[in-house]
Design a protein around this ligand. Structure first.
Ligand SMILES: Cc1ncc(COP(=O)(O)O)c(C=O)c1O
Length: 392
């Protein structure tokens, strides 16, 4: 008889709702997709060229496990320039295979089976998967009543003796919320009081609007650096999702242990992609800011249509997602998304892909051309009008 596979994987770990829904979308010709989680523009030209040149120059071998030292030095300088944070390139940074591996490696380094992780929800599904794989206990905190921001009260009420790690993701996927420095300071006080670790996922830090240059980091607050793991990368900021380069910045003590997990799992990301990331982090910042300006405009277009429709939504201040409240229609998020897909050829992500606390919502991405947003809004208007008539 064939022996059973790992029960934790076969039973507890599910494919993400986003992937499952995208399979349905692929079978509907002519569907307009507001489901995308990546920028619709190419990687900036200089960055692409650096990757091409790296291959031509035979940068095609292993790099150190912690990553190309030139890239780690660039990351260290980037964190100093944008956050006044000092991380040693040699001992406090690991280059990872995207933000995904940074999250997974951090979880597996820190968490033991009896530990509790606090995750504000709705949330990026990667935390749920890595949480299950680390066999720790996931404590979801519903932030839907506080503009999708974790409040000090919510945090304090969720902490037990078993709590070890708090996950923060601002700018947030799927809601576009960000936290101010004052809000981060209030959370930091509680985190220090209870002696917890924080993983701050800052993948969308540069995609921020309304006059903000870069989202603040909790690592920059006094007393936080040693207990904080910054997760970031170039996937979203430089439209490099396929290059697979992210990083962890944290204390030398955590890096020393995380490096073992990372070494056995991946050895290192691709050498030529790491060279391209150096250019992305040094010369692409103006490009990134141009992208942010374009996305802000698209956000405004989307938000003006949603407001005209008198729908409830969280006005995004960062990332490129808008979380639309569909509770007035009395449908769960999967049924609403299917209705829009099959009857109106409009694809949006069911909110329950981001935990059960997202089930009254759908996620609309504005990482698409303005014309697509306008057409999508026509289809949404028709769908919403039909549902409202039906519910009268
Ligand atoms: C909040 C958040 N963290 C991490 C990731 C993963 O990033 P990467 O593609 O670099 O693995 C994503 C991707 O969508 C994300 O939205």
């Amino acid at each position: 008889m064939v022996k059973a596979l790992n029960n934790n994987v076969t039973k507890n770990l599910q494919r993400t709702g986003i992937r499952r829904f995208n399979e349905l979308v692929a079978k509907v010709p002519g569907a307009i997709k507001l489901t995308v989680g990546e920028i619709d523009l190419p990687t900036p030209a200089n960055t692409k060229l650096r990757g091409i040149n790296a291959i031509t120059e035979n940068v095609t071998k292993y790099t150190p496990n912690a990553g190309d030292l030139e890239l780690r030095t660039t990351i260290s300088e980037y964190l100093a320039a944008h956050y006044h944070l000092n991380y040693s390139a040699k001992d406090e940074i690991i280059v990872t295979v995207g933000g995904s591996e940074a999250i997974d490696t951090s979880f597996r380094t820190i968490l033991e089976p009896e530990d509790e992780i606090i995750i504000p929800a709705p949330c990026f599904p990667g935390y749920l998967g890595s949480g299950i794989l680390s066999q720790s206990k996931i404590i979801l905190v519903d932030t839907s009543s506080s503009d999708f921001k974790l409040t000090p009260e919510q945090l304090e009420n969720s902490i037990t003796d078993a709590t070890k790690l708090v996950v923060l993701n601002y700018p947030n996927n799927p809601t576009g919320s960000i936290l101010t420095t004052e809000e981060l300071e209030a959370l930091a006080k509680i985190i220090i009081k209870h002696d917890l670790y924080v993983l701050t996922d800052e993948m969308y830090a540069t995609l921020v609007y309304d006059g903000i240059d870069i989202a603040p980091s909790i690592a920059a607050i006094d007393g936080m650096k040693e207990r904080t793991i910054i997760v970031n990368g170039v996937s979203k900021s430089s439209s490099m999702t396929g290059w697979r380069v992210g990083y962890i910045a944290t204390s030398a003590a955590i890096v020393e242990q995380a490096l073992k997990v990372h070494q056995y799992a991946v050895a290192s990301p691709a050498s030529m992609a790491q060279k391209a990331a150096i250019t992305a982090l040094t010369t692409d910042f103006p490009e990134t800011q141009k992208m942010a300006a374009l996305f802000e405009h698209r956000r405004d277009v989307l938000v003006s249509y949603l407001s005209k429709l008198d729908l409830k939504f969280n006005r995004p201040v960062g990332a490129f997602y808008c979380f639309l409240d569909i509770s007035e229609f009395g449908m769960d998020s999967w049924s609403f998304a299917e209705k829009m897909l099959y009857d109106y050829k409009l694809a949006v992500v069911p909110g329950n892909s981001f935990s059960e606390y997202g089930d009254n919502y759908v996620r609309l991405s504005f990482a698409v051309d303005e014309k697509i947003i306008v057409e999508a809004m026509k289809r949404l208007t028709a769908g919403v009008t039909e549902l409202r008539k039906r519910n009268v």
